[in-house]
Write a protein that binds this ligand. Sequence first.
Ligand code: GLU
Length: 435
Amino acid sequence: MTVRVRFAPSPTGHLHVGGARTALFNWLFARGKDGDFILRIEDTDQTRSTEESIDQIKESLSWMGLTWDEYYRQTERSGKYEEKAELLLNKERVYEQEGALWFRIPDGESVLIDDLVLGKVNYETEDLKDFVIRRSDGTFTYNFACTIDDSEMDISHVMRGDDHLNNTPKQVLVYEALDIDPPKFAHFPMILGEDHKRLSKRHGATSVLNYRRKGILPEGLMNFLARLGWSHGDQEIFSPRELIEYFSLEAVGESSAVFDEEKLLWINHQWMKRKDPEELVNSLTKFLLEETPVSEVQLNKLDNTRLTKLTDHLRERNKTLRQLAKSSDFVFSRELDYDDTPIKEYLTEENGELVGELATRLEKLSEENFQSEKLEEITRDFLASRNKDLGDIAQVCRVGLTGREVSPGLFVTMELIGKDKVTNRLSRVAAITPT
Ligand code: GLU
């Protein structure tokens, strides 16, 4: 059997993590089985659908790497729905009332759904009500358009959130009325917020593009979403390739998963540390422009190896691209925006003098020799000649150079900041009167 699955969002807002996980599970299933992944925009409700939302859905999916093989919009397909509605009207499975078309639920039948995730679920038709398939304004409703499309598009597996489970018996009855075999169904338990209520806007901004803005990597989000309700032994970190290889519906749990933002950050951090630093730099640029005073022109002029080195040293301590960019402000700011208080914590008359002299020595170094090994050698030789060691000045230098108590190694930090700023900042430290 050819696997053909679809992600069928209604374009009424942002793509949220719940929808993104549904899309991901469908995509993984298709890619792992050499099947097709179809993006179908369910925009028949024109009062709620917007073009902006369609764009955002596509952008979110593309950013996550969830490529689709076919693309449809339901508003372009009403001819098909019309044709099938006509057919059911002739068979008297559909009737007209007050300008709308209604599907007639047959009496005394059971509808058994053998769900690939939830198991067997039985419905009695006496508990179901006739439902509108075409509104009086001529537009078709979800349950009908979805069923016609799933059959016309040869969808083999309908996989979606379990908020649609109650729609499934209605859709199965439409297939039956049309003498069509229904596809297989798989419903995924909803994602819950940390308060164990269904994840919604109340839990903060949970849209995919919002996570992109926060500096989450697509690999990080994909990895995190995959683990919401699916597992593979106790492995936590999966590349997209591994996810495709390992994903199976049997390993999707029957109970709801809880959305834990801390875990997202942890997984993202693993991806920050794992990614090729050069690739990371590409995604970082936009955040540097937002979080530091660097301009686009300056950034373009910057030697890429320097940026790569910066990224490589800062990623140990930063879980998102935005945090990383923020923590690199000491490299890009002209003047550090802080007062002398933190420097004074470490400044003494004695080390202030040493720092001043060190600044003078470093000033003599050429730009191209301003590299960590060389800097370390000069600094250590100088300190040894005074019977001092690095511990005597390291922290006051660090704070003076970065405005922070924690930074990458002192000499790498100097190299990253560059000669002029280093000597200026160290001279400034030396000029402060200790208290
Ligand atoms: N348009 C529906 C939604 O966004 C799709 C449900 C389905 O996958 O059948 O929830």
